[in-house]
Design a protein around this ligand. Sequence first.
Ligand SMILES: [Zn+2]
Length: 366
Amino acid sequence: MPTTSTARRTPPRTPCSIAPPDLLARVARQGTPEQRDAALAALAASASMRTQRSLLSRMRLELGAETANLFAGLEGASPTRRQTVYDNESQGRSGLPGTRKRGEDDPPVDDASVNSAYDGTAATYDLLQQVFGRDSLDGAGMELISSVHYGVDFDNAFWNGAQMVYGDGSGQLFVKGALVQALDVVGHELFHGVTSFTADLTYSKQSGALNEHFSDVFGSLVKQRHLDQTVDEADWLIGAGTLVPSMGKALRSMSEPGTAYDGDRQPADMAHYVDLPDDNDPRNDNGGVHTNSGIPNRAFYLVATALGGHAWETAGAIWYRTVTERLGSLAQFSDAAAQTMDVASSFGDAERAAVEKAWREVGVLT
Ligand SMILES: [Zn+2]
């Protein structure tokens, strides 16, 4: 049962891209001339994606169940991973998806970015299907489409409402080729698709920060499971090594929000919540959606490390059921706290206690 109304569905005004908009905006003003050029190009290209993303979201909402059926194939068919990777060919083309390079049953090709997109997408599908029993992003076998080498040295990666898109990076902000190689970046972006088919969290302020939060959680879990890491072995970073070293170590830290890059202003608790307006200024980040996500991110980290072992097995299962079954589009942090605690009760008293303690520690429960 959703805890908040699902009646108001506003498509995000910015694509769900991996680069924090406030970071791009800051570099555009303060970076070296080369960094400024790269950041401005990334901001401009992201802005031009808004229209396309809104259109695709609206079409999918209007077509609704019928589109899911188009993708679903025969009813009752067993889950099958279906994906295709395309090459946008670094020509600055905006037409997607590009030239077909590798399908589900094809062997690796002579292009590391194509193979990375393929492997990251496969790892994401496998987490969803093998751990949570979900057949692709829509739960109905939707084909996973990726395009690599988008634009020219484009410093971003995003889910545009229908497919994944990866830039090569300019070497000024992002290390060339690094975004598509980062499993947590791939998982993060694809999970925006899962959220859009389930809680459909409105991309503004707290509901938007929860949208970002769930993508960070499941992006990190894709990476942790692929590497078979326990909670103590995981780095709890998002996009480690994707930024050029002078910019920072990662895009976000789930264990220590606010420490990932120079100027990272993610808060670790409600006492430091950053109340930003939701306007079109990228510095304000849709009301801090990539900023305040640090608070629930840290709560998840605390739950996972309190429970130990593999984070996807219990903490991940509680969070998965919450976003896919319990939250409505306008859910706030307090709704996420209440629903994760309720779901955790079905796992046991220790699990529920761990979840409650974490939300208290980050100040969402007082
Ligand atoms: Zn995102």
